[in-house]
Design a protein around this ligand. Structure first.
Ligand code: GLN
Length: 366
């Protein structure tokens, strides 16, 4: 085997889900909803299977590009449909950097960013976020991390695992840095519809010429296993990125692309996203209040379906085996610096009953 197979082992998300099953634990670890996707999406998929079954063009089913363009306010020509946001990110790694290049990203980071950068021979340069009573972007540290070898800045807002959302001023500062140092920006916006206060500003609105936006139907429409994601590229760059992604999966599942194309305008027209936010707000409050009542320090999220907290002195292994609650240890999101003391991540995209029961189990255990 090539030494690069050593870059990565089983992902922490798969591992915690496996342990949750093994120990009969409530899974507040991996971020996938425990409810089914909306009926309008399932209905569209039932109609598409048996109708749209052969290869689509590698850049995506034309009707899906059109629906995304309409939804996002961009040109269909600038959209590349991918097999989930994970493939979107790996296609961008293939397209934008290679051996000797550096990619500046924030820590805590979403797990895929590191192996995807290393697999193309580039070097991830991690810039820790500051954690006071909330998560703060350290713009000076971000600037210090940029060298003549830097090719891209990789940012995630709404941010997994912190649940924070960068302000317009922070995004403007990121864009200024990228312009000064001529860097691409990869903006992972898979949680773009999951916010609890002001909606996030899409980074591409500030710098359309250098921002690649990553999006996800799995996150938006609660179907993470469908693997339908997308990239919005700067004008003129979609053909080159399509050239890369076509050699991994060629195209994404055709009937599921058709179903998402049908569902996107329905989701808008029927107010699906505001309902989604409301239901997540309730589950976030339930979890945050329950943890606070146990005396834990909680960093209340303003976006995503994740919540970070401090749970010092307990390992995720002990919790899943003995309390039978699965969470993600903070260490999973850190490589260059130690994680903040006792940091853990909870996913609250689970039923209120599961969240309440997990809280009971924790309370008994702590
Ligand atoms: N985004 C999900 C999470 O952070 C997991 C993604 C995955 O397992 N590929 O939990």
């Amino acid at each position: 085997l090539h030494p690069r197979t050593k870059i990565t082992t089983e992902s922490i998300f798969s591992r915690m889900s496996r342990l949750a099953l093994q120990h009969g634990a409530i899974n507040l670890g991996q971020g996938f909803p425990s409810n089914p996707p909306p009926a309008f999406l399932l209905e569209a998929a039932r109609k598409a299977v048996g109708t749209v079954d052969q290869y689509t063009p590698p850049f995506g089913l034309p009707s899906l590009r059109e629906a995304l363009a309409e939804d996002l306010g961009v040109s269909p020509e600038d959209i590349v449909v991918t097999a989930g946001a994970t493939e979107a990110l790996s296609s961008l790694a293939d397209s934008l950097y290679g051996v000797g290049d550096e990619v500046v990203m924030l820590e805590p980071y979403f797990d895929a960013y590191l192996p995807q950068t290393l697999m193309v021979g580039a070097r991830p340069v991690l810039v820790p976020m500051r954690l006071t009573d909330r998560w703060e972007l350290d713009l000076e540290a971000l600037e210090r991390a940029i060298t003549p070898r830097s090719r891209a800045l990789l940012v995630n807002s709404p941010y997994n695992p912190t649940g924070s959302i960068f302000s317009r001023e922070e995004l403007e500062a990121i864009v200024t840095l990228a312009r000064e140092h001529d860097l691409w920006i990869i903006s992972d916006e898979v949680y773009d519809e999951l916010y609890f206060e002001a909606p996030p500003t899409p980074l591409r609105a500030l710098a359309p010429e250098r921002v690649f936006t990553v999006g996800s139907a799995g996150k938006r429409l609660e179907a993470t296993g469908w693997r339908i994601g997308w990239i919005v590229t700067p004008p003129g760059l979609a053909p080159a990125v399509t050239g890369m992604r076509q050699w991994s999966s060629f195209c994404s599942a055709a009937p599921l692309q058709a179903a998402v194309a049908q569902a996107l305008p329905i989701a808008r027209a029927e107010g699906f996203y505001p309902q989604l936010r409301e239901s997540y707000r309730q589950r976030k409050d339930l979890l945050a209040q329950g943890l606070q009542a146990m005396g834990l320090e909680v960093f209340e999220p303003v976006g995503t379906y994740f919540l970070t907290a401090r749970m010092p002195g307990l390992s995720a292994e002990t919790l899943v085996q003995q309390a039978r609650v699965a969470i993600i240890p903070g260490s999973a999101f850190y490589a260059s610096s130690p994680p903040p003391e006792g940091l853990v991540r909870f996913a609250f995209c689970k039923t209120p009953e599961d969240i309440a029961q997990a809280l009971e189990r924790l309370e008994r255990f702590l």
